[in-house]
Write a protein that binds this ligand. Structure first.
Ligand code: G3P
Length: 217
């Protein structure tokens, strides 16, 4: 499973990237706001740091303006994936931009039918939002499973990018189902390493080691 990190915070991306945990980055207007940075500057810095796809989102809502914004964002670096909302205009822009050879991440997906038409419009990535479905009492993991089944039925190559991931269980379930990619905030990725029995076991080993009176170095 590919790991994308869902943030525009350079330091957090760099820390995970140094460990080989970053196959790509996703951003959105809310994450740009949170970073306090200029979108073009921070996105360029991220692209210089990370080899994989870096999603940068348009804010226009009409296809022509989305295409213009998408082309401008794509000029930042060859590894930009233009992020477009799953609207009819977004699908028009998706078709055109992928036809130009650009990567496109279609975002704000909340149904398998939306994912189906995004694939037909040539999307490189589809981003179903798990956490936001959970927020309204709909199981977000069911959506990942439905999209996986639909795409596999017909051999669509659009990659399922599980998004709005809020917990380590979301990561595990997405991996079980076979999402191609998951994007999560840095703190969720770091929590994947945590287990209370690891902490307890280490405490015991260190306590016993102290009793030996030995040193390694
Ligand atoms: O990747 C999409 C993500 O940024 C949205 O997450 O937690 O705001 O629903 P959230």
């Amino acid at each position: 499973m590919k790991f994308f990190v869902d943030t525009a915070e350079i330091d957090a991306i760099a820390e995970l990237n140094d460990l080989g945990m970053v196959d790509g980055v996703t951003t959105n207007p809310s994450l740009i706001l949170k970073s306090g940075r200029d979108i073009l500057e921070v996105t360029k810095e991220i692209c210089d740091l990370v080899d994989g796809p870096v999603s940068a989102e348009v804010v226009a809502t009409q296809a022509d303006a989305m295409i213009a914004e998408g082309r401008k964002l794509a000029e930042i670096a060859p590894n930009i994936a233009v992020k477009l909302p799953l609207t009819w205009d977004g699908l028009k822009a998706c078709k055109l931009l992928t036809g130009e050879g650009r990567m496109v991440n279609v975002t704000l997906c909340f149904s398998a039918n939306q994912a189906l038409i995004a694939a037909k419009a040539g999307a490189t990535f589809i981003s179903p939002f798990i956490g936001r479905l959970d927020d309204i009492n709909i199981d977000g993991m069911d959506l990942i499973a439905d999209i996986r089944a639909v795409y596999d039925n017909y051999g669509y190559e659009t990659q399922i990018l599980a998004a709005s991931i809020r917990s380590v269980n979301h990561v595990l379930e997405s991996a079980r189902i076979g999402a191609d990619v998951m994007t999560a905030p840095p703190d969720v990725i770091k929590k994947l390493a945590a287990h209370p029995l690891t902490d307890k076991g280490l405490e015991q080993f260190l306590s016993d080691w102290a009793k030996t009176g030995q040193t390694i170095l």
